[in-house]
Design a protein around this ligand. Structure first.
Ligand SMILES: NC(=O)c1ccc[n+]([C@@H]2O[C@H](COP(=O)([O-])OP(=O)(O)OC[C@H]3O[C@@H](n4cnc5c(N)ncnc54)[C@H](OP(=O)(O)O)[C@@H]3O)[C@@H](O)[C@H]2O)c1
Length: 271
């Protein structure tokens, strides 16, 4: 029975992991969420089998240690796959360029600290909490959900000057993943920072988005298509997670510590 722990599983891509993985009755799935009641009631209403919801917050290391202990009791000791998905998405800074922070330095520091705390320190706390149980597995895979915002050369080509606290936190977490890969190479743990692609998590389809949000996606699609005409716009969480799981299944020590797309490449917009 392979086990999967998804940290940050209440919504979006994290919740899609629960939906996709629960289709295979041989999987044992542990959902780590800040709000257990809300996540559990969604899991119950969607009738997801083999999903166990436990409390955990990326900004609270003790909660992650407790979640890891609970997870190990559910799985019988070992954690085969750890997916650290949750992140602080700094919405207020999503469209701010470096010069927009002149006179807003305090705001920058607040958003920067929140992004770095959850998206970098929180990822380290989560991995450190679960690693004793990952070490007991024969599969030993740790995946951190990163972002194309961390692909420095790609950002320059795509002309994205915004989303600074988020982008820096995702760039930093890629380095953290590389450091973990170096430390645990001797133990055979495979670490990967993975970009899930552009995924539509706020609605079932673009048509359901309110006009301002729709306009943002349309503009982004136009901008990205100039860089890579293969880009067709945001994909569904279902399609993204299927490809992510496919990659997780096939990666090996050869790729450990890398930052790759869900297809296992560096082609950030390929679909
Ligand atoms: N969607 C995309 O196009 C895209 C592209 C590139 C990368 N990503 C990455 O993919 C991951 C998932 O994004 P998403 O689009 O699914 O976002 P989302 O729908 O906004 O979901 C974010 C998830 O993170 C959880 N979370 C936030 N802060 C947390 C904390 N302190 N502790 C534990 N969980 C926390 C949220 O839980 P609550 O319900 O408790 O808030 C929620 O489950 C993120 O790492 C994101 O950076 C997404």
């Amino acid at each position: 029975m392979p086990s999967y722990v998804i940290v940050g599983a209440s919504r979006g891509i994290g919740y899609q992991y629960l939906k996709t993985l629960s289709k295979d009755p041989s999987n044992k799935i542990i959902a780590v969420a800040r709000n257990v009641d809300a996540t559990q009631s969604q899991v119950t209403s969607d009738n997801l089998a083999n999903v166990h919801v436990v409390q955990g917050d990326l900004t609270d290391a003790e909660s992650l240690k407790a979640a890891a202990k609970q997870a190990s009791e559910i799985t019988g000791g070992a954690v085969d796959h750890l997916v650290v998905n949750g992140a602080y998405l700094s919405h207020g800074t999503a469209f701010m360029k470096p010069s927009d922070y002149v006179g807003k330095e305090q705001y920058f520091l607040e958003e920067f600290n929140a992004s770095m705390t959850a998206n970098v320190a929180g990822v380290m706390f989560a991995i450190n909490a679960f690693i004793p149980y990952v070490l007991k597995s024969s599969i030993k895979k740790v995946i951190v959900i990163s972002s194309g915002h961390a692909a420095v050369d790609f950002m320059a080509v795509a002309g994205v000057a915004e989303a600074i606290p988020y982008a820096i936190s995702k760039t930093a977490v890629n380095m953290l993943v590389a450091k973990f890969a170096i430390e645990y190479k001797k133990d055979g743990i495979v670490f990967l920072a993975m970009c899930p692609g552009v995924v539509l998590t706020q609605a079932e389809s673009l048509d359901q988005l309110p006009p301002p949000a729709r306009e943002i996606y349309d503009k982004m699609t136009e901008q990205f298509q100039k860089v890579d005409p293969r880009f067709k716009g945001p994909m569904s969480p279902k399609d993204s997670v299927e490809e992510q799981l496919n990659l997780i299944g096939r990666i090996s020590m050869k790729e450990s510590g890398s930052f790759l797309t869900r297809k296992g490449t560096k082609e950030w917009l390929a679909q």
